[in-house]
Design a protein around this ligand. Structure first.
Ligand code: FAD
Ligand code: SF4
Ligand code: SF4
Length: 478
């Protein structure tokens, strides 16, 4: 009888891939986790108990067939594991790197709940597809046959690219428009290299380009081309523009030099990693080198800013957040990584204003947590008389993002938006109120996750294909 390869969680401990030492990672923008060796990936995959009702799968936004690809990995059948994994996920190696697994698949793994430590699902997923790339198993996208219909996609982030992938495989003519000079959206210019190295994104962009997806870059829809023109050119249009309007701070001194937006700061840093000329970085405006840096916010963007500032050679990096550690929105894993790299967290601290112009300090108000508010979260309350000034030469605002006002920017008053400004779209298809116009990703959900954008993009592309087939080509009403 064949040896049982699975259910090893009782004997084998959870073991993440090796993490580079903090003083080494502070020196560069390379990823901090190493790759599993083959035997280690098989060993860790073999810990899975092959649940009849796999909660890991139901809590993965893509409903990845996790138990099956874990079993195939444990059996050394990696190529088959890759085939299963890529059947439901457009970018498995990216999700394996940057999904907040503790809130999704791994956070719902039953062996964790029995006290044995979750299966390292994300690291195995990354290992499978990184190996597939190395071994040449990732095949070029070749449409079975060409179709004449065309779809225009505005935004080359994960939502737009996932839709492009599905549509192109089906032979549809796809054009992706983006205002940036490189495709990838926040995977390219928001998320830093120490979480997601850029060649990993670039090889996906190239795969789509080689498949015949046309990229029209440096093209800001609404300025360089109108939305109406794009609609005229294509049988269907997908809006996948993400959310980029930064939430702002008021208070005395809020307009001083040296107070910058997180997205500008991270974009400049990512551009520098490509070797681009970035005048705002060169002038010092968006560089942390030699500065006392204060980052305001407690989400993943704030974590990316503090860790970028460490790598740029800041003299000190502090993070102010108005709630406590247990109530921060950012991932605990990333917060721990930041602490290891030397970041100091000032919990229960909110900015009241700023001193100096250029800025030389943040006026900090100490807070305590009061009763839960309407959302159920404990509301922060000011502690009177506990203010102080935190010295700072660079203040980075990482308070979250809101959608731009697309109906006005694009002169499309009929495009329905929610009261938060996100585009109103049908949940399972992305269809908006405009004929033949769809929307996916953050512009529909508000600031969310790469894996949800991929899910939306795939679902939307399937819905468009079904509609094209049903209507024999055109979607928009005559
Ligand atoms: P985006 O990735 O934002 O892409 C939208 C694209 O549309 C951009 O390329 C933009 O240039 C383009 N565009 C916008 N307007 C126009 C226009 N008018 N004309 C032409 N092009 C336009 N998620 C995770 O899962 N894990 C993480 O670790 C993580 N870290 C993050 C860190 C930071 C700093 C930020 C800001 C976000 C992070 N996220 C993370 C969230 C994740 O990046 C987003 O949820 C995801 O990228 C949304 O995908 P999208 O395709 O909807 O939009
Ligand atoms: Fe987990 Fe994300 Fe992979 Fe799903 S896509 S299995 S949530 S890491
Ligand atoms: Fe395996 Fe955990 Fe998923 Fe169960 S919940 S199938 S143990 S990974």
């Amino acid at each position: 009888m064949a040896k049982q390869p699975m259910l090893k969680f009782v004997k084998v401990d959870r073991d993440m891939p090796e993490k580079r030492a903090a003083d080494m990672r502070r020196e560069d923008f390379q990823e901090i986790y190493a790759e599993y060796a083959e035997a280690k990936a098989a060993e860790q995959a073999s810990r899975c108990s092959q649940c009849g009702v796999p909660y890991c799968q139901s809590h993965c936004p893509l409903h990845n067939n996790i138990p099956d690809w874990l079993k195939l990995t444990a059996e050394g059948r990696l190529r088959e594991a890759y085939e299963v994994s890529q059947a439901t996920n457009t970018f498995p190696e990216i999700c394996g790197r940057i999904c907040p697994q503790d809130r999704l698949c791994e956070g719902n793994c039953v062996i964790e709940q029995s006290g044995h430590g979750t299966v390292t699902i994300g690291s195995v997923e990354k290992y499978i597809t990184d190996t597939a790339w190395e071994e040449g198993w990732v095949q070029p996208i070749v449409p079975a046959s060409e179709r004449t219909e065309s779809v225009g996609i505005i935004g080359a982030g994960p939502g737009g690219l996932a839709a492009a992938d599905v549509l192109r495989r089906a032979g549809v003519q796809v054009t992706v428009y983006d205002r940036y000079d490189r495709a990838g959206g926040l995977m390219m210019y928001g998320i830093p290299g120490f979480k997601l190295e850029k060649p990993v994104v670039q090889r996906r962009n190239e795969q789509l380009e080689q498949a015949g997806v046309a990229f029209v870059l440096n093209c800001n829809v609404g300025e360089d081309i109108s939305f109406a023109e794009i609609r005229e050119k294509h049988d269907a249009v997908i809006i996948a523009t993400g959310v980029y309007k930064s939430r702002d701070l008021g208070g005395p001194g809020a307009g001083a030099d040296g107070i910058v937006k997180a997205i500008d700061y991270l974009t400049a840093s990512n551009r520098k990693s490509f070797g681009d000329t970035v005048p705002e970085f060169e002038s010092g405006e968006l560089s942390a080198e030699g500065k006392r840096v204060v980052v305001i916010g407690g989400g993943d963007t704030a974590m990316d800013c503090v860790r970028t500032a460490v790598r740029q050679g800041a003299t000190s990096v502090k993070c102010l957040y108005r709630r406590d550690r247990a109530n921060m929105p950012g991932s605990q894993r990333e917060t721990q990584n930041a602490e290891e790299e030397g970041v100091i967290f000032e919990w229960l601290s909110a900015p009241k204003g700023f001193t100096g112009d250029p800025v030389d300090g943040v006026m900090v108000q100490k807070m305590r947590l009061g009763l839960p508010d309407a959302t159920g979260r404990q509301a922060p309350e000011i502690i009177e008389g506990a203010d102080y000034v935190e010295p700072a030469d660079l203040v980075i605002k990482a308070l979250g993002f809101e959608p731009e006002d697309l109906p006005t920017l694009w002169d499309q008053k009929e495009l329905q938006v929610t009261r938060w400004g996100t585009v109103k779209a049908e949940y399972t298809t992305g269809a908006t109120d405009l004929d033949g116009v769809y929307a996916v990703g953050d512009i529909v959900r508000g600031a969310s996750l790469v894996v949800w954008a991929i899910r939306d993009g795939r679902d939307c592309a399937e819905a468009i294909l079904a509609k094209l087939d049903a209507k024999g080509g055109a979607i928009a009403a005559e």
